[in-house]
Design a protein around this ligand. Structure first.
Ligand SMILES: Cc1cc2nc3c(=O)[nH]c(=O)nc-3n(C[C@H](O)[C@H](O)[C@H](O)COP(=O)(O)O)c2cc1C
Ligand code: SF4
Length: 419
C-alpha cells in the first residue's frame, strides 16, 4: 500500500502553526541560515540540480527561472519576488493547506528565493477569500520581522527584504502571473503580452520572480538537506513530492502529499479510500478546469509532468476530480466551459466570443441536435482556433478539457453510446 510522503507537510498537525519558535525548534529557518552563507548563484545551482519544477501548474524549472530573473535587466535599481498565493484553479486547495498549517515554510522559501535573485522587495498575492491564510501569513510576517528574518540586514548577512501581502479580488485570471503583476500595480486584471517575461520586466517594470506557494515551500528543504536528499523522492525528471487534492466520487477526498510518479489508481485506492459505493471509475479531470480528462486506460500511468504530457494529459496544479461510472462527463465539461466564459476578461475577441459560443454549443450537445458528431467536431475546431489566437493562456485553455473529453468519451458526448 502506498503511503503519504510528507516532506512539505511534515509539520502540519505537529507544531503550533502560530508559533515561530515551534517552527524553529522543528528545524525551521535552517535553510535560510545556510542560504545566506551561500552566494546567490550557488543557491540557484542547488535548486537547478535538485530538479525542482514549479508547482503552480506549468512545471517550469524553478532554478532556471531564478537564473533568468537574476540576469534580467542588470541596470534596474530593484528586483522583486512575488508569491502566487491566488489558488484559483477549481478543485485545488493545496496552497491553502500550507498557508494555514505551516506558513513559515513558504515564507522561508520566499526569503531564500529573494536572496537568490537579489530581490529587496516582495509581495504575497493572496486570495482574499482565504481568511485564515491571510491572518496566519500576516502574523508570520510580523514574527519574521521580530526575529530578524525579514527587514534590513537579515541575520547579519547584509541582505534586505521587505515583504507584504496584497489581496486578490477573486478573479481566476489574476492567478496568471502577468495579469497578477498588473493587479499588483493597482490596475485592472487584464493580461500583458509576453515577451517581455517577468524575469526581464515584471512588477513596476523591474525583474520579478513569480513562484507558487508550494514551489517555495520546497526551497528551504532543498537548501538545508541538499539536492541528493531531495532527489531520492519522485522520478528523475519530476523529483520531489506533490500535494494532490482529490475530490468527487472517492471515499476519502482531501489532500495527500505523494511522491511524483504515483499512479492514479494508487492515489484513489491506497490514499483516497477507493471509489464511493464501490462504483467503477469512469474518468478523472486532472489539473482543474484548465486540465484534461483521462479515462480508465490512464489509471496506471505515472503522475509526472513528462509522462502525462507525453500521453496528452496534464498534472497542472495537482487537482484530481474523480467521476464514477454513472456520472455524465458532459456535466463537468459544461461546468468547465461555463467557468471560462465567466472568467474571460473580454479583452480579446477569440476568447470573449469563443467562450460564449462554446457554452451555447455545449448546451445544444446536451439537448436535441440533428448532428451531434458534427457539432462536437465544430466545437473542437473553434477551441483550437481560440488556442492559437487568444491573447493569454485563459483563452488557450478550453481546448484542453474539451479535446480530452472528446478523446475518451466522444460516444457519450454525442449520444452514440446510447441504446
Ligand atoms: C488563468 C491562469 C490562472 C492561474 N492561476 C494560478 C494560481 O492561482 N496559482 C498559481 O500558483 N499559479 C497560477 N497560474 C500559473 C502562473 O501563471 C505561473 O505559471 C505560476 O505562478 C508560476 O509559479 P511556479 O513556477 O512556481 O509554478 C495560473 C495560470 C493561468 C494561465
Ligand atoms: S484570452 Fe480571454 S482572458 Fe485572456 S486576454 Fe483574451 S479575453 Fe482576456
Amino acid at each position: 500500500m502506498k503511503q503519504e510522503t510528507r516532506i512539505i507537510l511534515k509539520n502540519a498537525g505537529r507544531i503550533d502553526p502560530g508559533s515561530i519558535d515551534d517552527y524553529i525548534a522543528a528545524g525551521g529557518y535552517e535553510g535560510l541560515r545556510k542560504a545566506l552563507g551561500m552566494k546567490p548563484g550557488a543557491v540557484i545551482d542547488e535548486l537547478l540540480e535538485a530538479g525542482l519544477r514549479g508547482r503552480g501548474g506549468a512545471g517550469f524549472s524553478t532554478g532556471m527561472k531564478q537564473r533568468f530573473t537574476s540576469k534580467g535587466c542588470l541596470e534596474c535599481p530593484r528586483r522583486y519576488v512575488v508569491v502566487n498565493a491566488d489558488e484559483g484553479e477549481p478543485g485545488t486547495f493545496k496552497d491553502r493547506i500550507i498557508m494555514e498549517q505551516d506558513h513559515h515554510l513558504y515564507l522561508e522559501g520566499t526569503i531564500i528565493a529573494a536572496h537568490a535573485i537579489r530581490a529587496s522587495r516582495g509581495y504575497i498575492y493572496l486570495r482574499a477569500e482565504y481568511h485564515q491564510s491571510i491572518e496566519r501569513t500576516l502574523r508570520a510576517i510580523e514574527q519574521a520581522y521580530e526575529k530578524g528574518f525579514l527587514g534590513k540586514n537579515i541575520m547579519g548577512s547584509g541582505v534586505d527584504l521587505d515583504l507584504e501581502i496584497k489581496l486578490g479580488a477573486g478573479s481566476y485570471l489574476c492567478g496568471e502571473e502577468l495579469t497578477m503583476l498588473e493587479s499588483l500595480e493597482g490596475k485592472r486584471g487584464n493580461p500583458r503580452i509576453k515577451p517581455p517575461f517577468p524575469a526581464e520586466k515584471g512588477v513596476f517594470g523591474m525583474p520579478t520572480l513569480v513562484n507558487n506557494v508550494e514551489t517555495l515551500a520546497n526551497v528551504p528543504l532543498i537548501i538545508s538537506k541538499g539536492k541528493q536528499w531531495y532527489r531520492q523522492f519522485g522520478t528523475e525528471r519530476s523529483p520531489g513530492t506533490k500535494i494532490f487534492t482529490i475530490s468527487g466520487q472517492v471515499n476519502k477526498p482531501g489532500h495527500y502529499e505523494l511522491e511524483l510518479g504515483i499512479s492514479l489508481r494508487e492515489l484513489i485506492d491506497h490514499l483516497a479510500g477507493g471509489m464511493r459505493e464501490g462504483k467503477a471509475f469512469k474518468a478523472a479531470l486532472l489539473g482543474g478546469a484548465a486540465g484534461t480528462f483521462v479515462g480508465p486506460v490512464m489509471l496506471d500511468e505515472r503522475l509526472t509532468y513528462d509522462n502525462l504530457a507525453e500521453k496528452g494529459a496534464t498534472l497542472g496544479s495537482g487537482a484530481v476530480i474523480v467521476m464514477a461510472e454513472d456520472d455524465p462527463v458532459h456535466d463537468i465539461l459544461h461546468n468547465c466551459l461555463r467557468f471560462f466564459r465567466h472568467e474571460s476578461c473580454g479583452k480579446c475577441v477569440p476568447c470573449r466570443a469563443g467562450t460564449t459560443l462554446l457554452v451555447r454549443e455545449s448546451e445544444e450537445l446536451r439537448a436535441e441536435h440533428p448532428d451531434k458528431d458534427g457539432l462536437l467536431q465544430q466545437m473542437l475546431r473553434e477551441a483550437q482556433i481560440m488556442a492559437s489566437t487568444s491573447l493569454c493562456p485563459l483563452g488557450q485553455s478550453p481546448v484542453l478539457p474539451l479535446k480530452s473529453a472528446a478523446k475518451y468519451f466522444a460516444d457519450e458526448l454525442t449520444g452514440r453510446g446510447r441504446a
